[in-house]
Design a protein around this ligand. Sequence first.
Ligand code: AMP
Ligand code: ZN
Length: 116
Amino acid sequence: MADCLFCKIIAGEIPSEKVYEDDLVYAMKDIHPVASTHVLVLPKKHYENVLDFARNGDAATALALNKAIAAVAEAAGVAEKGFRVVANCGEHGGQTVPHLHYHVIGGRNLGEKMVF
Ligand code: AMP
Ligand code: ZN
């Protein structure tokens, strides 16, 4: 989609620190990490958020996203100790980039609270 930051990154028009890629999914380091592991996992096809993906997405991409999250966690070395997966949705969810993405955060004990 034109004027989408993450679409431009996927297309290689804007640089990023890629950590994983397959036919359906792209993953990169977050530019403002909140922990030693902070990776964004996103579908290559543009969906605005989890609501848009639920309406218009496909099962192959959903599974590929989940597998990519697992691969990223394994590669980062956080799978054994644990990590958090977050998808912000819309204004109250704190979403700032309207291209569906999952934050994979780990490398320290994040505690039990979902909201800091
Ligand atoms: P959200 O607030 O859930 O929409 O998350 C957007 C995330 O994208 C934030 O954590 C930003 O730090 C991150 N971000 C913004 N621009 C870039 C970029 N050019 N490369 C990597 N991460 C980015
Ligand atoms: Zn996009």
